[in-house]
Design a binder for this molecule. Structure first.
Ligand SMILES: [Zn+2]
Length: 198
């Protein structure tokens, strides 16, 4: 969470200590967080200044509050262990990663988007992690094109779905926009997808 590097470790957070106030509202941080190998080493070495600096530059929503956010996770993670990131996923994910599939939850908070992904390029394994229930499947996707990453397709879908976005939108309406956008994006040639995604 402190930088954009590949997640190697997961640290549990104590939800009772992961609360904070921001802009006058109470929030609770996630039940865990991921770290790259170097950030995990900084965490263990109490190199908080570096973690704050990395968070400031990597998080577009909370970067301005880096000091607060890092102090919250430090408090909530105190005394709790780190486990290897790959062990954190249900059985079968590791093998699918080796085939180029990426868990959707690593790419987007809207993992229902598996429904609009081409069948040939999506897979699922039974969800076994209690914190992810009631989800019954853990979905993974890969890029339909060797030239692009799944992020390019997602970026293009969001961009088309959110073009001319009204101020008020129902979940149903948002979802039908996503469906229409995906139908277009997955028939575009890769160069066009890339253009749309940026
Ligand atoms: Zn890192």
């Amino acid at each position: 969470m402190f930088c954009g590097d590949r997640s190697v470790w997961v640290r549990q957070l104590d939800p009772d200590k992961a609360t904070f106030r921001m802009y006058g509202k109470g929030h609770t941080f996630a039940h865990d967080m991921t770290l790259c190998d170097d950030c995990e080493q900084r965490w263990q070495a109490d190199d908080i200044a570096t973690l704050i600096e990395r968070f400031r530059h990597s998080d577009e929503h909370f970067g301005d509050e880096a000091e607060l956010m890092v102090s919250v996770v430090r408090r909530a993670g105190e005394g709790l262990s780190a486990t290897p990131y790959d062990d954190h996923f249900p059985a079968g994910v590791k093998e699918l990663r080796a085939q180029g599939f990426v868990p959707l939850q690593e790419l987007t908070g809207l993992d229902e988007v598996w429904r609009v992904w081409p069948e040939l390029h999506r897979r699922s394994v039974p969800e076994t992690r209690p914190e992810w229930s009631p989800a019954t499947e853990c979905w993974l996707v890969r890029s339909p094109s060797t030239d692009l990453e799944p992020e390019h397709y997602l970026g293009a879908i969001w961009r088309l779905a959110e073009a001319g976005y009204p101020a008020e939108i129902s979940n149903d309406e948002y979802w039908s926009r996503v469906e229409r956008a995906a139908a277009r994006v997955f028939t575009m040639d890769p160069a066009e997808v890339r253009r749309q995604s940026t």
